[in-house]
Every structure is written in C-alpha cells, then in structure tokens.
Design a protein around this ligand. Structure first.
Ligand SMILES: Nc1nc2c(ncn2[C@@H]2O[C@H](COP(=O)(O)OP(=O)(O)OP(=O)(O)O)[C@@H](O)[C@H]2O)c(=O)[nH]1
Ligand SMILES: [Mg+2]
Length: 501
C-alpha cells in the first residue's frame, strides 16, 4: 500500500467520520507516523516525495473536512441525508496539499445520528489540476467504491488491516487515471471555453460584455476564423474561443474539430431568439457539433444561450412563441435531456453574467457544497431568494425558498430558475445602485420592494470580495442572517478559493 501511494501523485488518503466522539480519522494511508517524529514533515519529504503524517495531522485534516460539512450542526435536521453526496476540493496549506473530499452519510447501528463521513484524497497543492481535469472519472470511482464500502461498517469500524485491500483497489483505479490523464497534470488550470453559433447570433457581443467585467484582460489573439481571448476569473485562466459563425467557417470547425473543439471544457451555443427563420440552420449546426464531439468521445457540457431577448420585446407574443418553438426543437435534439437554457440581452448585463456563471459552475466540483452552505444560511431565516455573487457579478450559488413562488406570481409549475429570470432586472438595478457605495466602505444596503426587503451584503471570503443578495420577507430576517453569517463565511471561503482552479 505504501509503495502504491509513493508511486502516485496521491500523498495520502483518509476516511474520517463524525460520530459521538466528534470528528476523527478512522482509516489512514499511509499509516500515521509516530507523534513527534516528524514535526515539519512537509519540509522534510524524502526522495519518494513521500510525506509522513502523524495521527495529529490526520486529526487536523478530519476536523477541517468535517467542520465544513457539519457547520453549526443544523445539517442533522435535514430529512434527506441519505441522498446527500457532495464533493469538494479543499485547500490544506499547512500540508502543501489539496484534497478531493467526498461527503456522505451512513446509517449505522452504533451511532444514533446518521454517520457524517469525509473521504479525502490528498495531492500536492501544485498537482491539484489532476482533480479538476478528471473530476467525472474520479467521482464515478468514489461513488462506486462507497456503495459497497458503506455496508462493511454498518455494525462497527473494521480494523484498518481488514479493509486495506478495499482502499488499495480504489487507489489502484486512481493511479490508472493518472497514467492515462484526460489532460496533462500542470500547475495551473487552463480552461478552453468555446462560443459557437450562427453568424449574427450575438457571440462577440456576449463576450465583450463578459470581458468588460474582468479587469485582467490578458490579451487579444486573432486566429483565422476563431478569436481567442483570455481572462482570469475565480483563479483560473480561461481561454474564450469566439468561433465566427459564417457558413464557410462553420464547415472548417467541424472538419477540423480536433483543433477547434478538442478538449473544450465547455461550450456556449448561441441562438438569436428573434430570427425564427434561421432556427433550423442553427439546430443543424448544433447537431453537427454534437456529432463530432461524440466521435471524439468528448462529453463537453453545453450551455444554450438565446440572445437578443431584450426587455422591451421579451414579453411579446412573437418572442414567447419563438421561445417555445426553439425549446421544443432543442428538446428533440437532446432527446429531452434536462437542458440549461438562458435568455440574454446585451441591455441586461446581469442576464449575460448569469448565463456565463452557470457555465463556470458546471466546471466547479465545489458548486454543490457552496450551494448547500447558502441553503443552510438562507433556510429558516425568512429568505425567499439568495445569491452569492463574485465581485464581477458572477453567480456562485443561488437559493430559492418554496415561498418565493407565491411571492413572485408565476404559474405554479414554472421552473424556479425562471423566477430568477423575472426578478433579475430588479437585482440588476440594485447591483448598480450598490456599486456606487463600494468606495465609501459601506458594506450593506437595504431596499424595500413592495412588501418585501432586498438585503445586499458585502463579505470577504479569504481575500476576495463577494456579495450576498437576499430577498427577505421583512427586515427582521436580517438579524438571523447576520447571526449565521460567520459560520457561512468560515465554511465557504476555502470552497471558493478552489472553485474552478
Ligand atoms: N438587440 C440586441 N442586439 C444584439 C444583442 N446581442 C447582439 N446583438 C446584435 O447582433 C448583431 C450581431 O452580434 P455579434 O455579437 O457580432 O454576433 P456574432 O455571433 O459574433 O456574429 P459572427 O461573428 O458573424 O459569428 C450586432 O449588431 C449586435 O449589436 C442583444 O442582446 N440584443
Ligand atoms: Mg463575432
């Protein structure tokens, strides 16, 4: 086992639980070294890049991992803990390491509450791109592993020797990935995001709006047919490929998919919602893209962007009709798989940032856990809606209470995401108003909107400024949020640092 770990990028693995004795590591590989023997292990790596962790180190890892999950303890009041399966990429600067942690609950005979567990795989901090680049394969291996493993510890923790072969199995599978990585393991995560769609569908305009929001515009490199810009967002270098959409160019991208679409992390596909007469042409192009992706065996997530849904026309019969038609055709193309569709307008910057961030969120293993934290913060505090926004206005997490439906008068079975779309102009206005306060050191603002309250709060997550935006039933709810806020910040900041990189 030790040899296996030494030969891989894995520094160590730990299975930790939160039982009646609190958070503790149960299984630890490599075996912990004696206390005191290696005070400064991370400066003291031996030739194999092997690190030695003491029981105290493993305990520290258990405490940090599990406290991110347990928070203030209110998680145990949730009824559906059995379905709770979250992944997180979490920094451990004390150990020069980053972990991929899998959280879930196990029903056991020896603990009254469902047993909260954290299974964490540690790698060198500068090798963490391994996690992001292979996250789907890793998730599958880990989920499969625990469907069997959970059953083994229903009655008691088996001794480490007894379950060692199980863990050996999972490490072997991870080493397999390492041998055949989907992309090379490099220090910095570089992401390739494609923008495709017919000519005149609004790709360049969309990207200009996004670019304007990021101060660190690294450069503009024109390529034949494809314009590549690079921005730095949420700690990652993002390369945005703007694939000009004229017919001759489209053919080129499809024929040379190995260049244009190869290893794309994400595709935004643009359709002009106003030009119904080109819907078929657009769907055909999208179908061609799907086919070549399939040929390359590439499961790139696709976000659909319906552009030019300007506020003055979005409610007209014609546009509503167009929306229905295109949604139906997309449904057919994707065999009615759930789709992510956004309506945007360059006159509502928030709609563009919202669509852009939902794409980035697809690339974040931490998205679900951050959303979970926002849920905990919002639930029971009278919040109807809540958003966690980056300084540029990217939406990192959202929360909708069931009551929000009643407040914002939409047909009952309307997707909750659409409620957001309806209220977005309100938020946009608020966002603009708030930004005026930024320099003044004001860190919160309250707005009364009909008979509810919008509460805007600036927070610091590690070194990044973030905003929380709440729609509250009344102003009293604010104090409940303030009370829970330190816990939220504590549990969320590490997840935000490792959002996509
Ligand atoms: N009303 C409205 N017009 C838009 C919007 N987005 C883009 N446009 C206009 O649509 C036209 C085409 O936009 P572009 O961004 O150049 O389209 P493109 O997809 O980059 O086109 P190609 O580079 O030829 O592939 C321009 O005149 C834009 O001003 C929008 O949200 N609303
Ligand atoms: Mg263009």
């Amino acid at each position: 086992m030790e040899d296996l770990i030494n030969s891989s990028i894995i520094k160590g693995i730990a299975f930790c639980t939160y039982d009646k004795f609190g958070p503790q590591p149960i299984y630890m590989f490599p075996k912990p070294t004696e206390l005191g023997e290696t005070e400064s292990f991370n400066k003291d790596k031996d030739i194999n890049n092997h690190i030695s962790l003491t029981v105290r180190d493993y305990t520290q890892i258990a405490i940090k991992n599990l406290s991110l999950l347990i928070g203030d303890g209110s998680i145990f009041q949730k009824s559906d803990l059995g379905d709770f399966k979250y992944f997180g990429i979490i920094p451990f600067p004390d150990f020069d390491a980053t972990s991929l942690t899998f959280y879930h609950f196990i029903s056991t005979t020896f603990n009254d509450l469902p047993l909260a567990t954290a299974f964490c795989i540690l790698v060198d901090e500068n090798k963490r791109s391994f996690f992001y680049n292979n996250i789907n394969r890793l998730k599958e291996i880990i989920l499969n592993f625990f469907t069997l493993f959970d059953k083994k510890i229903i009655d008691n923790y088996k001794p480490q020797e007894e379950i060692e072969k199980d863990f050996k199995e999972i490490i072997t599978q991870i080493v397999e990935i390492e041998k055949k990585p989907s992309t090379l393991i490099s220090t910095n995560r570089k992401m390739k995001i494609i923008c495709a769609g017919l000519d005149d569908s609004g790709k360049t305009s969309f990207l200009l709006s996004v670019n304007r929001k990021f101060s660190k515009l690294i450069g503009l490199k024109p390529t034949r047919g494809a314009k590549i810009t690079s921005i730095e967002a949420l700690g990652a270098n993002i390369f945005l490929w703007d694939l000009g959409g004229q017919l001759s160019l489209r053919k080129k991208y499809i024929n040379k998919a190995q260049i244009y679409l190869f290893e794309a992390d994400l595709i935004y596909y643009f359709i002009d919602i106003k030009s119904r007469n080109r819907f078929k042409e657009s769907i055909d192009y999208l179908q061609n893209i799907l086919e070549v992706l399939d040929k390359m065996n590439q499961k790139t997530p696709i976000i659909l962007i319906l552009t030019k849904g300007d506020p003055d026309i979005i409610d007209t019969f014609l546009i509503k009709d167009n929306l229905q038609i295109i949604k139906k055709e997309l449904g057919v193309l994707f065999n009615n798989k759930p789709l992510e569709i956004h309506v945007t307008s360059i006159f509502e910057i928030f709609t563009i940032l919202r669509a852009f961030s939902s794409g980035l969120a697809k690339l974040s293993p931490n998205r679900d856990l951050i959303k979970h934290n926002l849920d905990i913060l919002s639930q029971g505090s009278g919040s109807l809606l809540a958003l966690l926004l980056s300084m540029e206005g990217l939406v990192l997490a959202d929360y909708f209470s069931p009551d929000a439906k009643n407040l914002i008068n939409v047909p009952t079975n309307e997707d909750l995401v659409n409620i957001f779309e309806l209220s977005a102009p309100e938020f946009t206005r608020l966002f603009k108003i708030f930004s005026r306060y930024k320099s003044g050191g004001v860190n919160e603002a309250i707005f009364n909107v009909s008979n509810s309250v919008i509460y805007f709060k600036k927070i610091m997550l590690t070194e990044s400024i973030m905003y929380l935006l709440f729609l509250l039933e009344d102003e009293n709810s604010k104090s409940e949020i303030i009370k829970k806020l330190p816990n939220f910040i504590e549990n969320t900041q590490d997840l935000v640092i490792r959002y996509i990189s």
